[in-house]
Design a protein around this ligand. Structure first.
Ligand SMILES: [Zn+2]
Length: 262
């Protein structure tokens, strides 16, 4: 997959000192050209923000339970959307087209699925209605554990899309008055094959024992409720392996939250 930016940037003409910002061949300052000419919604393709309000609303409107899936050990899963149409376009733009800025609106959308899971699992109490955001005593911290990218994918992309989404979701939940944090606690123990094209049994065999909790996180997660975060749920094998590793470290895996379900 290419890690090149989704939209080619116009060649910028050199600007002389003191003449203001560099101009594009259209005569627009470069930053304005980015905004006006190049940036398109990753969902619908219209000119505008990374994810336009209509697409954001469509994705965030109806978080739903989507599991457990076929794989034993996969925690109950909540998701925002199916892996088609807008959901697929947005996930692919974040992961494969270099549009790392999408992590912010996607993380805010993901927070809606986290809230649905929290309400169903009791992993954390919400802020009291009508009260200003505050950090209520006794409210469990929401720990969002992103499924880590394989090293090759991380190097190819230059960023961690799921980790960035989890961090943004934690920020959105903190604005509710919850105590929320991203907990990038998992690591790959071996390279592993790409899961694409493998059936459920082959995915399980490929993944079993592939993930572990980083040493510095073990004490911080032992006995604590955690929520897994990933971009797309397919067979549930990756989520099951992530849950296995977290449970082996003593964490209480309440649910998995994914942006989309295939
Ligand atoms: Zn849109």
């Amino acid at each position: 997959m290419s890690s090149a930016p989704a939209s080619p940037r116009p060649a910028r003409l050199p600007a002389s000192a003191g003449e203001g910002p560099p101009l594009t061949p259209t005569g627009l300052p470069a930053a304005a050209a980015d905004l006006v000419l190049l940036r398109r919604c990753a969902g619908c393709g219209r000119h505008g923000p990374e994810l336009c309000p209509a697409c954001l609303d469509e994705l965030a409107a109806a978080p739903r339970r989507c599991g457990p899936r076929r794989t034993p050990g996969c925690p109950p899963c909540w998701t925002l959307t199916g892996y088609g149409g807008t959901g697929r376009s947005v996930v692919l733009a974040l992961k494969e087209r270099g549009r790392h800025r999408l992590a912010a609106p996607m993380g805010r959308a993901l927070a809606h699925a986290v809230r649905a899971a929290l309400a169903a699992t009791g992993a954390s109490a919400p802020a009291e209605p009508g009260r200003p955001p505050r950090r209520a005593a006794g409210v469990a911290t929401v720990r969002l554990v992103p499924v880590p990218p394989r090293l090759g994918a991380r190097l190819r992309r230059g960023y961690d899309p799921v980790g960035a989404m989890a961090a943004e979701a934690a920020r959105a939940l903190s604005a509710d008055g919850r105590t929320a944090m991203a907990a990038p606690a998992l690591r790959h123990r071996r390279p592993g094959r790409d899961q694409v094209g493998l059936d459920a049994r082959a995915r399980h065999a490929n993944l079993h024992g592939a993930l572990a909790v980083r040493g510095r996180w073990r004490a911080r997660l032992a006995g604590r409720p955690v929520l897994l975060v990933d971009d797309v749920a397919t067979s549930g094998a990756t989520l099951a392996e992530a849950a296995r590793a977290l449970r082996a470290a003593g964490a209480d895996v309440r649910a998995a939250i994914t942006f989309a379900v295939a």
